[in-house]
Write a protein that binds this ligand. Structure first.
Ligand code: THG
Length: 278
């Protein structure tokens, strides 16, 4: 089966100090450049997050969405735990009458980051996804919190896919996030993440699987090494939508090499184009 990777660029996140400052100062130039640079580097989606501004998250996310739109036509991944904030951002760049956009308009559906099985989140975010025809990142967590085991991650992924499907959101529109935990807090967290990805992929060939690679390396030195070493292993297990820093050329080169080695690069075309001397 053909596997297409969907790279989600993570850089427009208020937890990054330069982006925090740009948001505070409404620095449209920096935000626009950051969007364009990620697109040029190979991002397929741009994650946008203003979570470091709890008192004005909605207002700043609306500004961020509108500003990014002036520099890039990539679909956005709207990153907030709050349904109200998600709704403000959706309304900002997609008039309700523009729903059901056809692919030829060039603007792909946004992705809501995120829905989960938590009671206060599932219903409201589902309603938004239906109203705005948005796709969803679905976190494998419920009212009990983040699962401790691979089995409970799988169970939550299954519940999410079936409940979303019952409500008209098919697995092709869902990005399951197994919620990676730092290896620094548990020796087996890396392996468990890989096993969870593999089991979710065995259960659902058609859903997308996403995760923030840097969660894994949190608290350790040389994080980029861990992120880019994890990526090919996770790709083999079924990850197809990593959230990563596309401006990190080493991880993007690793992605190109792994794509070739997994038999997904016809006639080595992409690899040769990336690395042959002109
Ligand atoms: N799952 C989902 N959404 C998420 C995450 C996830 N959103 C937030 C986060 N995790 C992913 N996003 C980021 C954004 C920035 C950084 C890490 C994760 C970050 N970047 C630094 C920078 O760019 O300066 C360092 C980059 C590096 O050294 O590699 O820290 O898990 N659904």
């Amino acid at each position: 089966m053909e596997v297409i990777m969907h790279i989600i660029g993570e850089k427009l996140n208020s937890s990054i100090p330069s982006v925090f400052t740009a948001l505070k100062n409404r620095d449209a130039g920096l935000v626009c450049r950051m969007a364009q640079q990620q697109q040029a580097a190979g991002a397929d989606y741009l994650d946008v997050n203003a979570g470091m501004f709890p008192d004005e998250e909605a207002e700043l996310l609306v500004w961020l969405v509108r500003t990014v739109r002036t520099g890039s036509d990539l679909p956005l991944v709207i990153d907030s735990p709050s349904p109200a904030v998600l709704e403000s951002a959706l309304a900002a760049f997609q008039r309700p009458e523009a729903r059901n956009q056809k692919p030829e308009t060039g603007i792909k559906r946004p992705v809501l980051n995120s829905i989960s099985l938590e009671t206060e989140r599932f219903g409201p975010v589902l309603a938004l996804a239906l109203q705005y025809n948005a796709d969803v990142i679905a976190l494998c967590m419920d009212d009990r919190g983040i699962p401790e085991t691979v089995a409970r991650r799988l169970e939550n992924a299954h519940k999410l896919l079936s409940r979303l499907s019952e409500n008209g959101i098919s697995p092709e529109r869902v990005f399951i996030d197994p919620l990676l935990q730092p290896v620094a807090t548990g020796d087996e967290n890396g392996l468990d993440a890989l096993l969870a990805i593999r089991q979710i992929r065995e259960m659902s060939p058609s859903c997308h699987i996403t995760c923030g690679l840097s969660n894994l390396s949190y608290g350790l030195p040389n994080r980029r090494l861990l992120n880019r070493t994890f990526l090919p292993m996770a790709m083999l297990c079924g990850l197809d939508a990593p959230i990563l820093d596309p401006l990190d050329t080493q991880i993007m080169d690793t992605l190109t090499a792994a794509t070739l080695l997994l038999g997904r690069d016809e006639f080595c075309g992409e690899y040769i184009e990336a690395f042959v001397q002109p």
